[in-house]
Ligand binder design. Sequence first.
Ligand code: ZN
Length: 242
Amino acid sequence: MRCLIISDIHSNLPALEAVLADVQAFDEVWCLGDLVGYGPYPNECIERIRNLPHMCIIGNHDQAALGRIDMATFNLDARLANVWTQQQLTSDSCEFLAALPQSIERDGFHLVHGSPRDPIWEYVIEPYVACANFRYSSAVTCLVGHSHLPLLFTLVDHRDHCDARLWSPGDVIQLGRKRIIINPGSVGQPRDGDPRASYAILDTSDMSWRCQRVDYPIEVVQDRMRAEHLSRRLIDRLAIGR
Ligand code: ZN
């Protein structure tokens, strides 16, 4: 099976469409949460994903859009974008988000938004955090989002040592041999200094993970965000990928 692995779309439809056009054929999309928040196309992104064969989990911004979490934990930009998102979401969109699980385990893969230990909130950025999290999953391969960084953590031995690295577009990673935690990066708001939409292709027939980036019309999203009076900082960061 050929799976499109994506995360953190954040209501960025042009970025999502660019990924779908770039990847061409796939059997299923696995989405690691945060479909909405920050960007200007929440319903459109949900609609696009729900009409594809998909496996999707919920992220902290999706929870926030449903009014399920305390917004004091969000910064001002994120809070304002969340208020806007709540005003936009249709009942169909809310229903879709509300039905998403926090965690899915299937065929040796564990899908969460944050981490196996804390599927909603924990960022897996530091190797010691990754190491601790292997104890909270029995899967060989954990797929995470949330940090918006295309990171790979490999458990080197059983004495709490992890290798960490950022992967690059075009890299092919062989899965299934060692325990790993891997992040496909963000479709709609990359934060590693590369503004292109980030995604991965998982082929379960040879257990390969191919890392990809694709350009999308950032200015189209920025224009729409300006028209919707979303925050200047959120608009500007799309162009620099930070
Ligand atoms: Zn996010």
